[in-house]
Design a protein around this ligand. Sequence first.
Ligand code: 2HA
Ligand code: ZN
Length: 273
Amino acid sequence: MSKISVIDSPWTQEMIEVTSNLYRLGWDERNGGNVSYLLREEEVSPYVDLANVTRTIAIPFDAASLVGKYFIVTGSGKYFKNVAKAPADNLGLIRVTADGSAVELLWGFEDGGVPTSELPSHFMSHISRLTVDPEHRVIMHTHATHLIAMSFTQELDERSFTRKIWQMCSESLVVMPDGIGIIPWLVPGTLEIGKATAEKFKETRLVLWPHHGMYGSGKDMDEVFGLIETAEKSAEIYTYVQAQGGAKQTITDSELVALAASFQVVPKVGYLE
Ligand code: 2HA
Ligand code: ZN
């Protein structure tokens, strides 16, 4: 029985849309950035033959707690710029093998590609977020320009960095009451950076990789994109404020407390006076 084209699936369309938007915003130069999206079998089965594995690709860590799970992911070395015009080369639909040591390719990477070099960070982060949020589905990494710039000029202290982001947009605290986690600078693509990122994701949905980019997580594409673009917007405003000579006034802590109460969010404990 022939299936409907994978490219017409809502989840492929969401991947095309989000990678195109991230590129359009100037955050994902060259092969920068990567996205992985956890899919349910019933979302996948109308589009692909689940028994037809085109390749099996070993992964360098134990993904035992993701056995049998399906993800659509961006490819290693692939450019977000090109996803919309060639989705079947730049994206891949994978399933974790029964022993958690590899992934089976069910669709995509047609020019021989493999999943993102950041698959360890993505998989460890999915595992971490699923333990705190059963609805969790998306991990997104992007080189958001102003957040990266702030990682050079500001202290890499989670509380002080988060407070600056909260102060620059009235919506920031409402969107990200859990704040921004920060890991040390680490070599991308390694298990070490994956472990550090996943550990931070137990407490927050945003993790900054200093001098590199942002990781976001959430239950759907809009939530994660919205988190990252709100943090990045605040970082952009921060940049302009500094360029204009620094803030003469800001949103005060008591105003932030009132904001949180009004929108019924709980700011990370200890972050406001
Ligand atoms: O995939 O952004 O962190 C390219 C990257 C690595
Ligand atoms: Zn990166």
